[in-house]
Structure formats: structure tokens, C-alpha cells
Design a protein around this ligand. Structure first.
Ligand code: SAM
Length: 235
């Protein structure tokens, strides 16, 4: 946790917050916070600043807040990720958020197991929590826009054209001969496949929607590794 992310409900006054639960335990056990210590804080959706520990008991601590900075800018990246297996979903969401993706779409695909859609990890509360972990990691305060698209075809044919308008549209697909471009100076919409990869019909649908199929080379990477490598290379 590189930033203590605060929510409106933590504020007991405009310049005071009371922290309990997970963040309190982390600050006490990992940061080893003591009275007088300053922590990097940010208000969800708002500014950065410092929080000085003014009191602490066994259950909570009180911070005196001073906000004086802005969160890092988002990457102009829309990530479309075929729904990963539940355990990986958490990592992909937190990674994409910490990398600064402005928008994340979780999409169905032929090789996404149906049972993944029934996972409790798809509950809105968990999706938000994973994004919050990504914000805390990166020192950001602004949640990405998150969308869940349970039907592949209506999403790709009807919603995607508007969503991806004005961006460079890339489909990550190992094995294609076109190398992934580098250092783009334009918004990017990037589609990452499921564990079994995209099937031909899905590739065709993306190509029809204006996507280019690109590869990082012959090594097949895990989804979250591919995401980090692609984002680092593209933007
Ligand atoms: N067996 C699958 C295949 O051959 O497509 C592997 C899927 S991989 C676990 C999940 C996703 O990560 C892929 O669909 C692709 O979007 C991305 N990916 C992994 N390695 C890649 C590479 N070398 N180049 C481009 N994308 C890659």
C-alpha cells in the first residue's frame, strides 16, 4: 500500500479521518505507524496529500489531513479482457488499475468457462475492491471505468465501435506475425484473450471492428504478464 486511500465515510471533519479495519491494520503492522508520523494519503476520486497520525488505539487511528497534490494521470488505455479465471481476475484488475488503465471491460469469449461467470469474485463489491488495491499500489485515487459484457457479439458489434472510436485498436494474439507497436502517442484499445486464446471467429469480429492483431513474440505469456508487457511497450 503506497497510498492510504480514504473514502468520504472516513472523514470525521474536512481535515480529519478515522481509519479502521484493513487499512488501519496495514498502517500499524506494515508501516509501523506511530503518533506524529506522516503517511501518504489520497481521497477516492480526489486529491493527494499527507495524513499525520494524531491518535491511535487498538482498533483505529486518527489522521490530520492536508491535501496538496494531484493523482498520477491515467494511461489513455481501454483494456478489454476476456474474463479470466476467478483467481486471475483479481490480479488482472489490480494490475490494470495500477498500470493506470482508464477503462476496463470484462468480456465473454468462446474459451471463457461458463462457471467463471458465476464466481462471487464478479460481485461488484469485489471488482471495486480489486481496483482499490490497484489504486493503493500505484498511489492513484481515481477508479477506472469498469464494464462487464456478458455477450461477446452485441458488445463487439454494437458497443465497441463507439467505445474504441479515435483509438488505436489492438488485439493481442500470440503467433501472429505483426509485432506489437511501441511508444504510441494516441489512445489505445487493447483486447486480451482468455486462457485458451481467441478463436478464429472472435479474431475475425475484432478485425472487422478495425482491430489489428499483434504479438509480443513466440512466448505465450500469462494474461497479467502479457498485460504488463503490452502496456509498457505501447504507452
Ligand atoms: N493458448 C493461448 C493462445 O495461444 O492464444 C494463450 C492465451 S494467453 C494465456 C492469454 C492472452 O494473453 C492471449 O490471448 C493474448 O491476448 C495475451 N498474450 C499472451 N502471450 C502473448 C504474446 N506473446 N503476444 C501477444 N499476446 C499475448
Amino acid at each position: 500500500m503506497n497510498l492510504v486511500l480514504l473514502f468520504e465515510e472516513d472523514l470525521v471533519a474536512p481535515d480529519r479521518a478515522r481509519l479502521s479495519g484493513r487499512r488501519f491494520r496495514h498502517v500499524r503492522e506494515v508501516h509501523r505507524a506511530v503518533a506524529g508520523q506522516e503517511l501518504k494519503v489520497g481521497l477516492l476520486g480526489g486529491r493527494h496529500g499527507r495524513g499525520r497520525v494524531i491518535a491511535m488505539d487498538g482498533d483505529a487511528l486518527d489522521l490530520e489531513l492536508a491535501f496538496d497534490g494531484e493523482p498520477p494521470p491515467k494511461l489513455p488505455l481501454t483494456l478489454i479482457a476476456a474474463l479470466p479465471r476467478p483467481k486471475v481476475l483479481n490480479r488482472v484488475l489490480a494490475s490494470a488499475t495500477s498500470l493506470g488503465a482508464a477503462r476496463i471491460v470484462l468480456l465473454n469469449a468462446w474459451k471463457v468457462e461458463k462457471s467463471y461467470w458465476k464466481s462471487p469474485r464478479l460481485a461488484e463489491e469485489n471488482l471495486r475492491h480489486q481496483c482499490i488495491l490497484g489504486l493503493e499500489q500505484a498511489g492513484d485515487t481515481v477508479l477506472p471505468e469498469l464494464q462487464v459484457a456478458r455477450l461477446f457479439r452485441p458488445f463487439v458489434e454494437d458497443a465497441l465501435p463507439a467505445l474504441a472510436a479515435g483509438s488505436r485498436k489492438l488485439l493481442a494474439h500470440p503467433g501472429v506475425p505483426v509485432p506489437c507497436p511501441r511508444d504510441l502517442r494516441e489512445p489505445v484499445t487493447l483486447a486480451l484473450g482468455p486462457e485458451g486464446g481467441w478463436v478464429e471467429a472472435e479474431v475475425a469480429s475484432f478485425l472487422k471492428a478495425g482491430f489489428e492483431a499483434v504479438s509480443l513474440g513466440p512466448r505465450i505469456l500469462r494474461t497479467e504478464t502479457a498485460l504488463a508487457a503490452l502496456a509498457g511497450r505501447l504507452l
